[in-house]
Write a protein of this length. Sequence first.
Length: 363
Amino acid sequence: MIISQDFNISTQSYILNKDKTPLLYLGDCLDVMRSMPDASVDCCITSPPYWQKREYENGGIGLEETPERFIDNLMLIIDEIYRVLKPSGAFWLNIGDSYRNKSLIAIPWKIAIKMIERGWILRNNIIWNKQKGGLNPQKDRFGSTFEDVFFFVKNEKYYFDADSVRSLPRKAIVKNGCIISATGVTGVSYRRKIELSSSLNDEEKCNAIQALQEVLSRMSSGEISDFRMVIRNEQRATHSNSTNLSGRAKELKEKGFYFLFYNPKGQLPSDVWDILPEDSQKRKQHFAPFPEELCIIPIKTTCPVDGIVLDPFCGTGTTLVVAQELNRKSIGIDISECYLKLAQKRICQESLSYSHSQQAKRI
């Protein structure tokens, strides 16, 4: 693995070959990406310098006199990310806010809104709950322990491997011949609710009981792992009672009931991720590396095994290390040779550790 300053020699060949050793570029990310082919990467994960927070080696973005200028410069880079990203690709942007005249500037959302206006599709605003923070020296506001991670795509249809990150499924059990859902409600209880309901007519009750039996049969065969049944006037529709806004409310009005099913493969993570920040004791020349755990879900879900992950502000290589651990190719760009040498060292150590683990498995 080398740190290259020749932006044209490696990218195309790296895309085509089978070597998954990360490719490192030293230079301004805008210049490097302009040398990359259109639609050449599957996933981009990055955390650019925040406005007026720190002065990194060799300067770069984040030192602009105004937040408006910072946003404009970052949008030039984001436009280039859009070009090099495949139509099926995803872009994960971790960006923090700054204060000016005692007010938060709303930099993350100003960037997100500009991106939406330029054609990006915002699928999620992930809240990275850092779970701990330093002492709050402020006397007139609360401490901040979260940052935004925006999940963007280019098209409505995109690569997303949901099964790779599902948690253990909720499971029903059979007790004394009765199926009991993970929420503790039995099929008998639901049937009784239907029979005693004053909001269902006789035909609706018959339909509800028949539908319940079909759902219980699907659970017995393992097709679904768990369910909830909502009956008219027993519980409100999910999110809204308006039939114009909620399909569930429409089902309640027309049928008198609906079901919520849980995937037998498990549930997807929510949009709040509890992840501790990088241990401050491990920080050397770089003062703001994000944790490896923050990259795992994005890479697993939005980059195929043979795909390429790009980090245009790779710093000490966190994104690249995780990509290598997960058997993906990766391209890292940074303006600091010092940071890239640290990244190179981390990647080599990870590669050596992986090689030793494979040898141990063979023994």
